[in-house]
Design a protein around this ligand. Structure first.
Ligand code: C5P
Length: 220
């Protein structure tokens, strides 16, 4: 394992990806976006015509698909079978089915094993890994564990600013529906024992990055 693992969980639109990536850059740590792997698997199933409701077929792909990710050098890339699909995994058609893929327990087992392997291979002094169950399942023994949260209203406002092609109502509905589906599988709305909560509702991006860096420094 990397010397230091910083585990960050949170709901959709909490800013955990952008905040974790920037904090990792400033600390000189590696960054691991676990949601990107679930998205890449969902993209791969759509691309191959695999029914995302077919748990066995999806699990088989989770164990065998050729996934690669990392910084290149400062752009976070996602590749499947050597093809760069970094922007594609954010497409609405992928977001719409990713929760179905993520609820299959064999998928989670396969991806969790891959995440642990990736964390152990990082040559940097530390890694910030973010997702929904990093603090509780993937790296429950991490020395720093953070739940990054914000009110649903704040999260919808942020997501709406990113997704300008649809109405705020549509964005709100999608975000709430995905959180509802994901919450049935893992609890990322409440902090587990020993997990520090950072609420970004009333602070801006820069302050949230600083809060995460301060939490890392004081936790070590
Ligand atoms: O973080 P992001 O919104 O990109 O995650 C996409 C999806 O991947 C989530 O909606 C969830 O279904 C799944 N996910 C998960 N466990 C994680 C990270 C993401 O189930 N650790």
């Amino acid at each position: 394992m990397s010397e230091i693992i910083v585990a960050v969980d949170g709901p959709a639109g909490s800013g955990k990806s952008s905040v974790s990536k920037e904090a990792a850059r400033r600390l000189g740590y590696a960054y691991l976006d676990t949601g990107a792997a679930y998205r890449a698997l969902a993209w791969h199933c759509l691309d191959e015509g695999i029914d995302v409701e077919n748990a066995d077929a999806v699990a088989e792909r989770a164990r065998s698909f050729d996934y690669a990710t990392g910084m290149d050098p400062d752009h976070y890339f996602v590749r499947v079978g050597g093809e760069d699909i970094t922007p594609d995994i954010r497409e609405p058609r992928v977001t719409a089915v990713v929760s179905a893929v993520a609820r299959v327990s064999e998928v989670r087992e396969a991806l969790n094993a891959m995440f642990r392997r990736m964390m152990s291979e990082h040559p940097r002094p530390g890694v910030i890994a973010e997702g929904r169950d990093i603090t509780t399942v993937v790296a429950p023994d991490a020395p720093v564990r953070v739940l990054l949260t914000a009110t649903e209203e704040a999260r919808i406002a942020r997501r709406s600013a990113e997704v300008s092609a649809q109405t705020t109502e549509a964005t709100a509905q999608q975000l709430a529906s995905r959180d509802r589906q994901d919450s049935r599988v893992v609890d990322f709305m409440t902090a587990a024992d020993g997990v520090i909560t950072i609420d970004s509702t009333d602070i801006d991006f820069e302050q949230t990055v600083q809060a995460l860096i301060d939490t890392v420094r004081s936790g070590l």
